[in-house]
Design a protein around this ligand. Sequence first.
Ligand code: FES
Length: 118
Amino acid sequence: MFPTCQASSTLYGTKHMPGFVEVAKKSQIPANGAIGVEVQGKRLALVNLNGEIYAIDDDCPHEGGPLSEGTISGEEIECPWHSSHFNIKTGRVTMDPATEDVATHRVRFVGDAVEVEI
Ligand code: FES
């Protein structure tokens, strides 16, 4: 289940850089956990790694597994479908069967709001 976010950069006028959209509140992302969100038709996994928030695509490059439902260990997340591992900070695949890295997105904060560059 993915909470949807209707935010778009146009809602925030010109005070914010184009391309960043609010996707969640920081307080919604559990410590050393992840949530899945959908914004502008794209599924993202938001990961709270020791208080820092990272955004990666929520579609495993192998067969589309929901990485937001994966297991976090250190700086890696394990896909719940076939156990590929990815570095949360870089998106680099570190264990097959996936052979491609997962896309990462820049994150910034406006108060408690988490904004991701789409
Ligand atoms: S879908 Fe992620 S490892 Fe297969």
